[in-house]
Design a protein around this ligand. Structure first.
Ligand SMILES: *[C@@H]1O[C@H](CO)[C@@H](O)[C@H](O)[C@H]1NC(C)=O
Ligand SMILES: [Zn+2]
Length: 462
């Protein structure tokens, strides 16, 4: 009898799990993208010791009903209100709002061999990002008109696994064409993006300060931001003349894009950003500097502009916070991006600026290409495609790196704050992006969509 029990029980368990498996495999709703659910119940609780809320990190439960967050309950308050069997216990895992990435290049349509919406948005979901805003390049054609935006929206339809919004492009061709820019913004572009240096893509030419001024004046009407790649090539320093500069060495690449490029661009931007002040000719528009790498004069200039009342914000990226030039091996072109990853001292200053709030947000600047363009065999930093693919791993980059910095604030709290402030950028655009869902515990809870990220980190400290 005992023997029989020993044989039968595991078999029953196996049978039960198979039934469970097939039942859910066959369930028509569980794996449907539109109403993806963690759990087969309409009403359930996600519990964790670390739920990040605007009022601090709590041990408690997130109550979910019909895929919406209906309440957040502290452990000491739940008094047997949670139904047994309808609880997912994540233990010490961090439960917080899904991240918003305001800067990703998904290259769809036109360069889907680099990456398209299906894989890009799955990577985002895996990386904790539940909303991303797609850049107007390196898709083809570039998103610089209402017509090309329509192509993007068509390409995204039924192909995305997270919420996606779109930036439009500000280029010389449309900058002085108010009708074209207005059509692009009316068609749903959340704001505009432009480059102050060559973008690396021929169909997306760079703008000068006159184009940017024009762009801001249109954006003011729509209360949306202009995102600028702030580097202006400088003659000095950047020339590699003698044969000593090995293109496989990262330091060679670093010398070609010194901080003075960022500084020059920001200095020029600030001549037009003053238009965004209250009472200024472009009041309502907003200027956002993307992927800042230079934590020196460039950052200082931005701080001054903010204190003068310019409507300006700045982002940096996980790779600038996680890596430093000293660590990048010869030929390892994975790390090539622009502006470049600078030295360890700069990295430390970026961290300080982020923790002190001088850097407003993080974005991935996820920018993939086909592997061939990275020239992995040759390892030539000067010729390889500049772009880092990080949608899926950005969160772990910064979490790992954060470990090295002493701070009283745990990184997930900081990320919560950043997510909220990113959300504010979206609010500036006056566009409904379900930002409200980030505000756990606010009025109208029942309308909050369930978009949270659950992740593990060994960092505690609160
Ligand atoms: C920017 O380029 C345009 C041509 O597209 C030109 O008319 C304008 O003068 C330039 N502005 C500056 C500040 O160089
Ligand atoms: Zn970018």
């Amino acid at each position: 009898m005992d023997y029989l029990q020993l044989r039968v029980l595991p078999l029953l368990a196996l049978l039960a799990s198979l039934i469970y498996f097939f039942y859910f495999q066959d369930s028509p709703t569980l794996f449907e993208r539109s109403d993806c659910s963690l759990f087969p119940y309409n009403h359930y609780w996600i519990i964790s010791k670390r739920i990040v809320t605007p009022h601090g990190v709590i041990s408690g439960a997130v109550e979910v009903k019909e895929e919406k967050i209906v309440s957040i309950i502290k452990e000491e308050d739940w008094h047997g209100n949670l139904k047994k069997g309808q609880i997912i216990d994540y233990g010490e895992a961090v439960v917080m709002p899904g991240l918003i990435d305001v800067h990703a290049h998904l290259n769809d349509p036109g360069r889907t061999e680099w990456e398209g919406f299906p894989s890009g948005t799955r990577a985002a979901a895996a990386g904790g990002i539940t909303t991303l805003i797609d850049m107007p390049l390196n898709n083809f054609p570039a998103t610089v008109s209402a017509e090309t935006l329509k192509l993007k929206i068509d390409a995204a339809e039924k192909n995305i696994y997270v919420d996606v919004g779109f930036w439009g492009g500000l280029v010389p061709e449309n900058a002085f064409d108010a009708n074209s820019l207005e059509a692009l913004l009316s068609a749903g572009a959340l704001g505009l993006k432009s480059f102050m240096c060559p973008s690396g893509i021929n169909d997306f030419p760079m703008t000068n300060s006159s184009h940017i001024k024009e762009g801001l004046s249109i954006l003011a009407k729509y209360r949306r931001p202009l995102l600028v790649h702030a580097e202006i090539p400088q003659d000095s320093e950047s020339h590699l003349e003698n044969g000593e500069n090995d293109p496989r060495s990262y330091s060679t690449y670093l010398k070609t894009r010194p901080p003075s490029w960022e500084e020059a661009a920001i200095r020029e931007l600030l001549t037009v950003s003053k238009d965004t002040r209250i009472g200024g000719p472009a009041e309502g528009a907003h200027l956002h500097v993307v992927h800042l790498s230079d934590a020196g004069s460039s950052l200082q200039l931005l701080k001054e502009a903010k204190s003068n009342g310019d409507s300006v914000t700045v982002e940096t990226c996980p790779h600038y916070l996680a890596f430093s030039a000293e660590e990048i091996k010869d030929g390892d072109t994975c790390f090539k991006c622009a502006p470049p990853i600078r030295d360890a001292a700069n990295k430390e200053r970026l961290w300080t600026a982020l923790l002190e709030g001088d850097i407003d947000m993080l974005s991935s600047d996820h920018s993939p290409s086909v592997p061939d363009l990275k020239l992995f065999d040759e390892g030539n930093f000067l010729k390889a495609w500049g772009g880092i693919s990080s949608l899926q791993v950005g969160l772990s980059f910064i979490t790992n790196s954060y470990n090295c910095f002493i701070s009283t604030m745990p990184i997930h709290v900081k990320l919560y704050w950043l997510t909220s402030s990113r959300c504010n950028l979206v609010v500036i655009q006056n566009i409904v992006l379900q930002c409200a869902r980030l505000e756990f515990q606010r009025v109208g809870l029942s309308s909050l969509k369930l978009e949270i990220v659950i992740w593990w980190t060994w960092i505690t400290g609160y």
